[in-house]
Structures are given as C-alpha cells and as structure tokens.
Design a protein around this ligand. Structure first.
Ligand SMILES: Nc1ncnc2c1ncn2[C@@H]1O[C@H](COP(=O)(O)OP(=O)(O)OP(=O)(O)O)[C@@H](O)[C@H]1O
Ligand SMILES: [Mg+2]
Length: 464
C-alpha cells in the first residue's frame, strides 16, 4: 500500500511538472518565434524603403538599384532585391541574384497595385525565405519592389531553442521525479511504522504503543489518537478480565457450600431432619446460583447492542404498585413498613416491562435488605415536565460517602453489606444503571450513614 502511494505521488509530481514544462516551453517558443519573425519583417521593410528611395532617385534617370542593398538586416543577413512591373516582368535586380529571378506571387502583386505591402513565406533556392512586396511609384507608374531574406538563421535559432529547452526539461523532470520519490518515501515512513506496530498488537500485548514522533503534524496526531484508542481498549479489556474473575469468584462460594453439603450427607447415615436441613441449604445456594447466572446473562446481553424491539408504552403507577405488592410478604417478615406514594397519574414510559420491573425489584429488595427491623421503606412516583421520577427511600444503614460513587460498579459491595453476610453479589445496582441508561434515563443515590438512602430513577415519559 505504502509503495503504491509513493509511486502515485511521484507520478503526480512528474506529470504535473511535465505539463508545466510543456506549457512553458510552448509559450516561450511561440513568443520568441513571434519576436524574431517581426524583427525579420521590420528589417525587410526598412531595406525596402531605403531601396525604394534610391531606386526612384531621379539622378540616374531610370529605376536603378544598389549592386547589393545598403541597409543590411539587423541580423547581418543578406537581402536580395528585385523590381518588377505589376505584370511580373523583371526591371532591375541586385547582382547577387546572378540573373535568377525571385519567385513572383500574383496575389502579392495585386496588393502592390492597390498601393499596399504584402509579405510571403516560401521556399526559394533550396531555403525557406521571407519576401516583402513593396509598392513603388515611378514616373506615374506602379511597380513592385521585392526584398527577400533567408529564414535559415531564424529557423536555426528556433531549433536550438527547442533542443536546449528539451534537454533542460528532461534534466528538471528527472530531478523532480527523484526528489519527489525521496520526499514521498520520507513522508510515508511513519505510516509504515504505524501499520507495522498496529498490526503486531494483539490481546497478549495490548500495552504496546506506537512510538510518537516529536513533530505535532497530522501523522503525530494520528499516532496520538491511535494510542489513545489502545489505552481505552486496554482498559476495557482489563475491566472485562476483572469481571470474569469476579464472576468466577462469586460462583465459587455457592458451589463450595453445595459440595460441602453433599459430602456431609454422604459421610455417614443422617436423620431425616438432618437431610431436610441440608436440602434446604442446598436449595438456597441453587437459588443464589440461578440469580447470579441470570444477572450475568443480563449484563452480557446489555454489553451488546441495545434492542428496542421489546419496548412498549407502559403505565408507570400500576407497574410500580404491582412490583411493590410482591415484596409485601418479605417486608412483613422483616418487620419493615412498606408504603407507596404514587403521584405519576397517567404517566407512561416507553420501556421493556421485564427490565423496568427488575429495576424496581432490585431497588426495593436492597432497601429491605439494608434496613433494620422496625423502620420503613417508601416508594414514590412523580412527574415533572416530560420526566418521570421513581424514588425508593429507606431509613436503613445508609452508605458512607466514600462508597457512594462505587455502589453502581459491578460486584461492588460496601464492607457494611459484606459484614452482614446477606448474600448479595453486588450486581443489582450495576444492572439498574445499565437498564436505565439504555432507556435514556439516569439513576442517582443520596445517602447518609445511619440515616438511610434515597435512590432516584429519572426516565423520559409521556402522559396519555
Ligand atoms: N438501600 C441501601 N442502603 C444501604 N446500602 C445499600 C443500599 N442499596 C445498595 N447498597 C450498597 O450497595 C451495594 C451494591 O448494591 P447491589 O444491589 O448492586 O448489590 P447487592 O445488593 O449487594 O447484591 P445483589 O443485588 O447483586 O444481590 C450493596 O452491597 C450495599 O453495600
Ligand atoms: Mg441488590
């Protein structure tokens, strides 16, 4: 890929340079050819004028010419001069023509007949020539004075110009291609390094980083962004590993209890009471394993894409009332008063029913679990604007300020909760936060040690 980019860049340099040189060459050549051509024509005209004055000088009593023209062309080129009548008959000619006649063009003679000058380019005496036809008045009659000069010199200059320009252009082009190739290779080198390093990174060396150049150019920024992405991937990977090891750890204790119960039952004969006790304990551990497995599954699903296919418009208050009713018996057994204050009216939420019920269950069971006997738990709903609030308030142990920011983390339990050995795994609140955020809401907690806690869930809602 890098090589093709280098060659593409080099080819672009080369073709742009070639095009510029070609246009420059054509313009220079065209301009110079025009200047040289005009100089040649001006020289012809000056010679014609001076020869015309000399020819019609009355001293000789007839049309006459210098043996060779007095005014030479600025280039020092030799001029042939000839005078004809308008019918093309030669009246006088310079000696250098040695009896030959200049080729005569009828159309040019017609121009002279009308008193105008005419120029013509044609091959004569084996060479390219430029000829001027100049009208001449003598003795009341019109004649034509023709001055011819070879273009050989100009053609030579033009050919040399093309030659020099071509050679210089080829050298220039070669230099541009060489330089362009070297520059492109240098510019691409960091990309190659980035590609190689990025290609070598796998889950076993997620800590590897692309070396950063000291220059803060585009590639420097790309490296920075890629390294930043690797930082995030590494952190996510570490979190994932931590999650798996925490999950395994949580699975271990119910399995150890089940194994212990089994060994205890098999060691020797047991009374039916003993067996019942063991089966009850095993049943509780199986419940715990089931809850844990369900929670883990839910988290695994939540980490993949959120689907809204199961979302329905649900009336909030009846949903909360139903969920709370299911905890009444447990509250009664724990001697905790459970009150509701539902002011949601006809508010509806667009949500997955089972997931919202799970959030209510988790919050209410936490409140019951972390509140001592004789105290109360209150569940309320309110609507403010388009937002629905669900509040679960308890008068329990509360949460220390240091623990507050972490209670929504997966597997996080406060020391207080651990000490009570109430059997939670620390996933409940993290699942609540995951569900609520997937529904476009947020969850927060306000708590003071010894005075109780209030969990508030905000969800976008509508009123029917
Ligand atoms: N109402 C509450 N009062 C006091 N502490 C609480 C309350 N709710 C949660 N906590 C603290 O936050 C921790 C995390 O709660 P979370 O619901 O995530 O886990 P858990 O209840 O321990 O276990 P799980 O819900 O997975 O069975 C709890 O262990 C507890 O320390
Ligand atoms: Mg819980």
């Amino acid at each position: 890929m890098a090589r093709s980019l280098v060659s593409r860049l080099t080819w672009t340099y080369a073709s742009v340079t070639a095009l510029v040189l070609l246009i420059l060459g054509a313009l220079t050549y065209g301009g110079l050819a025009r200047v040289l051509g005009r100089q040649l024509d001006n020289g012809l005209l000056a010679t014609a004028r001076s020869e015309a004055a000399y020819a019609t000088d009355q001293a000789g009593g007839r049309i006459h010419l210098h043996d060779s023209p007095k005014i030479a062309h600025p280039s020092g080129l030799h001029h042939h001069v000839q005078i004809t009548d308008l019918g093309g008959r030669v009246i006088a000619a310079t000696e250098d023509l040695a009896g030959m006649t200049l080729a005569i063009d009828r159309a040019a003679l017609m121009e002279n007949a009308a008193g105008r000058t005419a120029y013509q380019s044609r091959h004569m005496m084996g060479l390219p020539h430029r000829i001027l036809y100049y009208p001449l008045e003598y003795d009341g009659r019109r004649f034509s004075l023709q001055v011819a000069v070879s273009r050989e010199y100009i053609d030579l200059v033009e050919r040399q110009l093309i030659g020099i320009f071509t050679v210089l252009s080829l050298f220039g082009l070669a230099a541009v291609v060489g330089l362009g190739y070297a520059l492109a290779r240098r510019a691409i080198a960091p990309i190659r390094q980035i590609t190689e390093t990025a290609g070598a990174i796998s889950e076993s060396n997620l800590g590897a980083r692309i070396p950063t150049a000291p220059v803060a150019d585009e590639l420097g920024r790309l490296t920075h962004v890629l390294n930043h992405m690797l930082d995030r991937l590494e952190q996510a990977f570490a979190r994932q590993q931590q999650f798996v090891s925490d999950a395994a750890h949580e699975l271990r204790s119910p399995l150890a209890i089940l194994k212990g119960n089994t060994e205890f039952a098999l060691r020797r004969e047991r009374s039916p009471e003993e067996h019942r006790g063991l089966w009850r304990s095993s049943g509780e551990e199986i419940d715990r394993l089931t809850r844990l497995t369900n929670d883990l599954l839910l988290i695994a699903q939540g980490d993949s894409a959120v689907t809204t296919a199961s979302w329905r418009l649900l009336p909030l208050d009846p949903l909360v009332a139903d969920a709370v009713e299911r905890h009444r018996a447990a509250a009664h057994v724990a001697d905790i008063s459970l009150t509701t204050e539902l002011q949601g009216g006809s508010a509806m939420v667009m949500a997955d029913e089972a997931q919202i019920v799970q959030v209510i269950d988790n919050l209410v069971s936490n409140a019951l679990r972390y509140t001592p006997a004789g105290k109360g738990v209150r569940i309320g709903t309110q609507v403010t604007g388009g937002t629905i609030a669900l509040t679960v308030t308890d008068a329990g142990f509360g949460i220390a300020p240091a623990d507050l920011p972490r209670v929504f983390d997966r597997f996080y339990r406060t020391d207080e909760a651990r000490a009570r050995a109430t059997g939670g795994s620390g996933l409940g609140l993290s699942i609540c936060r995951m569900i609520i955020e997937q529904h476009g809401g947020h969850i927060s907690v306000d708590s003071a040690l010894g005075r109780g806690s209030t969990f508030v869930v905000h969800l976008p809602g509508t009123t029917a």
